[in-house]
Write a new protein. Structure first.
Length: 405
């Protein structure tokens, strides 16, 4: 099979193209990459390079943009969390690196507040960490107003504590200074999962300004990089320890020249392949991610959001008058990220409920995906982050076809 650059690769493979109005979801391929990001990946693919040296160059760009001491490109934010956990448990100790994921003989517990325990916490456990549940869920369940308190963290810290994991969102971030103040005093690294906390682009720096030691970002969502990319940024020693556990280490010790992120003097020998070897990142992903990161950091958030909001307003106007389906436009300020258009479905007036509408849209010859985040409340969301402008009218037509059937 021969594929040329202008061919429809999906048609050639017999795979349906889908209209993505659900956001930068991994299962739908994440962000749509800009031409300059694609060009960077193509250019990188044509030459050989030392991946360690390339990661060191990536670190300089990531550090300049985020304000962190260092950073590396990973194969997604989940891989960044696994590497962060591994680095926190081993530091520069190659004996511990070789032992992972079996870590019972050294500090391997990661404190995780109950309100921060999501399915993505499995990425921390994958490194061999034992997650220790702390705090209460009064605020999360509406049973009370209290968040994480210093004494809860202090009580949980033992000689087995390797790190503290923090899942960032607009609600939880107010607790981060408390966590940092307790953990810093005891030498406990704070790992922040900020995979979906972009935009706003100010969050690229915010978590480091608040004292986080390691932060994981997705590269294939708002940043607009390759789907299989992410960023782990933070303390230089921890980022370096993560990198040495990700690189191909089938090297001759006598000829190995480590990148400047790796402290050769701190290593008592040359490690073998580490826990992160399966998370190898290609030169194409590194190059594409760096171009996307520069592009994202230089973008005008206000202008981008204004353009998205104008598109959603037009979509709302075209959807007006549908029986049992109302629209609600939320600004970027209200969502904390980007503008969104909510479709509020009243099954008593419409002939279909939210999940039924979503299922029908996905079953069409040209499938359309809306966000089902609040489908249990009768709400579907049009998220424009991965929606091509030329597909706006097709989204409207698809919703109308189902609603008026």
């Amino acid at each position: 099979m021969q594929i040329h650059r202008n061919d429809d690769i999906y048609a050639t493979l017999g795979v349906k193209r889908r209209i993505n109005a659900a956001g930068t979801l991994t299962r739908l391929g994440g962000a749509l990459m800009a031409p300059e990001v694609i060009d960077a990946m193509v250019a990188a693919a044509g030459s050989s390079v030392d991946i360690g040296e390339l990661q060191a160059a990536a670190s300089r760009t990531i550090a300049r943009i985020t304000g962190a001491e260092a950073g590396i490109v990973t194969t997604g934010a989940a891989a960044a969390l696994t590497l962060a956990a591994a680095a926190s448990m081993t530091r520069w100790d190659i004996t511990k690196m070789a032992a992972l994921p079996h870590a019972d003989g050294f500090a391997h517990e990661i404190l995780l507040p109950r309100t921060h325990h999501t399915g993505y916490a499995h990425a921390l456990r994958a490194a061999g960490a034992r997650l220790v549940d702390i705090s209460h869920n009064d605020r999360g369940t509406g049973a009370g107003v209290r968040g994480i308190e210093p004494w809860e963290i202090e009580t949980a810290i033992t000689s087995k504590t390797a790190a503290f994991a923090f899942a960032a969102n607009p609600t939880s971030i107010g607790d981060l200074p408390t966590v940092v103040s307790v953990c810093k005093a005891r030498g406990i690294p704070v790992i922040v999962d900020a995979a979906a906390q972009l935009p706003p682009k100010s969050n690229l720096c915010r978590f480091f300004e608040l004292g986080a030691d390691l932060v994981a970002f997705s590269g294939g969502k708002a940043i607009g990089g390759p789907q299989a990319s992410g960023i782990l940024a933070g303390r230089r020693d921890l980022v370096g320890a993560a990198l040495v556990q990700q690189l191909d280490m089938d090297v001759a010790p006598e000829t190995w020249t480590p990148p400047d992120l790796i402290d050769r003097a701190a290593l008592k020998g040359v490690p073998h392949h580490g826990l992160g070897r399966g998370f190898k990142v290609g030169k194409e992903e590194i190059a594409g991610l760096l171009v996307a990161l520069e592009r994202f950091a230089n973008a005008d958030d206000a202008a981008v959001n204004a353009a998205l909001e104008a598109r959603l307003k037009r979509i709302a106007e075209m959807l007006g008058g549908l029986p049992g389906i109302g629209t609600q436009l939320l600004s970027a300020r209200e969502t904390g990220r980007v503008p969104q258009l909510r479709l509020v479905i009243d099954p008593a007036m419409a002939h279909i409920d939210a999940l039924g509408l979503s299922r029908a849209l996905q079953s069409a010859d040209l499938p359309v995906h809306l966000s089902e985040r609040f489908a249990h409340q009768g709400v579907l969301i049009i998220d424009p982050q991965a929606l091509r402008a030329e597909d706006d009218e097709e989204v409207v037509a698809a919703v109308k076809r189902v609603a008026l059937a």
